[in-house]
Design a protein around this ligand. Structure first.
Ligand SMILES: *Cc1c(COP(=O)(O)O)cnc(C)c1O
Length: 376
């Protein structure tokens, strides 16, 4: 019953603009009762009416209607074939790397989320998989690094925390030429600003914890794929690993998504103002901003200044994570990038004077005033 209604709605919603799609999701409302807020199907298992009559639902590890609504919504927003919602961004990444077989090779952005590095270094290297870290803006170098055993290209753009931008379309062409899958971690820009599958990527990955949720209250991960073969892999992985997102958390993400466009617009306009202001501050020595989105990183003049800023911010919160309504300031050296090897950190410029800010949706003047008093 739910599925029949879904196809009807899906066809019509395809024609909507992005800002309407985020509000109306997959089915949008409950097809049985018409409830405008999609219900939380808080159930572990599903009753079968008789020997040969079933709703198609069996057990929530395999499928749950609330999680499915989130998965459909994300597939629509990323313009992919199927979506998958996981218990964390890390769980989503683990399923992506689950595509690897013994001896496979992966090329990744040199400047990536520390947890992604940890998955490669601590888990998949034990399967004799090999990893090469590259600056993905150097396409010639990237093509040279591809080996017969290369299975995946893993791109984060803009990168975390240096905000380097890669050309997804150009990388996708190289990936296709060499029959390698292209994965893009789209956590920082979200489909509001960037839809990697439309640029030729095969898999999009998100920490749903960040902008998709947007309220710093859920840990979640999303994968959206472009082919049935990949969809089958991820469905089997979820069934076996048991890492699907719980119904209530799926609902919170659906709720957060309704305001994605509004929030991203404000994150972006606030960040542009804060970046312009930081650029002129005498204690700010280097500023990284991709020119779009809400993430800024910068280097200050001394460790003393770092200590002042992290202790003295008032409205801004000194906390790990990003993408929520609240402005957060992070110290990558001991927080997000603790797992990155010191030599790599040093080469990238993640030193003791380096800070990262996730610009929230507060008043931009208040964010600047708080940074002003904390920087001194
Ligand atoms: C946070 C983050 C992850 C990991 O996601 P979790 O939800 O924390 O497990 C992966 N990639 C990027 C870019 C992130 O910021």
């Amino acid at each position: 019953m739910i599925n029949d209604c879904y196809y009807d709605k899906y066809d019509r919603k395809e024609k909507l603009h992005f800002d309407s799609k985020v509000v109306h999701g997959g089915l949008g409302c409950d097809p049985i009762t018409g409830a405008v807020s999609f219900p939380v199907f808080q159930t572990a298992t599903f009753r079968h009416r008789s020997f040969d009559i079933s709703t198609g639902y069996n057990y929530s590890r395999l499928q749950n209607p609330t999680r499915e609504e989130l998965e459909r919504t994300m597939a629509i927003l990323e313009e992919g074939l199927e979506g998958f919602a996981y218990s964390s961004g890390q769980a989503a990444s683990m399923s992506v790397f689950g595509l690897l077989e013994k001896g496979d090779h992966v090329i990744l952005s040199d400047d990536i989320y520390g947890g992604t590095y940890r998955i490669c270094a601590d888990i998949f290297s034990k399967l004799d998989c090999e990893f090469t870290y590259l600056d993905m803006s150097d396409l010639e170098n990237l093509e040279k690094a591809i080996r017969p055993s290369t299975k995946l290209l893993f791109v984060e753009t803009p990168t975390n925390p240096m905000m380097k931008v890669a050309d997804i379309s150009a990388i996708a062409k190289i990936a296709k030429k060499h029959h390698v899958l292209l994965v893009v971690d789209n956590t920082f820009l979200t489909p509001y600003f960037q839809r990697p599958l439309t640029l030729g990527a095969d898999i999009v990955l998100h920490s749903g914890t960040k902008y998709l949720c947007g309220h710093n209250d859920v840990i979640a991960g999303i994968v959206v794929v472009s082919t049935q073969e990949l969809a089958d892999h991820f469905r089997l992985q979820m069934k076996s690993r048991g890492n699907g997102l719980a119904p209530w958390d799926s609902w919170l993400l659906l709720r957060g998504l309704k305001t994605l466009s509004l929030r991203m617009e404000r994150h972006d306009s606030n960040a542009k103002k804060v970046a312009a202001w930081l650029k002129t501050h005498p204690k700010v020595k280097k500023l990284n901003y991709a020119g779009v989105g809400g993430m800024i990183s910068f280097e200050v003049d001394s460790l003393e200044t770092v200590k002042h800023v992290l202790s003295d911010v008032q409205m801004i919160l000194f906390a790990e994570s990003l993408g929520g309504a609240e402005t957060l300031i992070t110290y990558p050296l001991t927080q997000t990038h603790e797992s990155t090897p010191p030599a790599v950190r040093e080469a990238l410029g993640i030193n003791e004077r380096f800070l990262r800010i996730s610009i929230g949706i507060e008043d931009a003047g208040d964010i600047i005033a708080d940074l002003k008093q904390a920087l001194g």
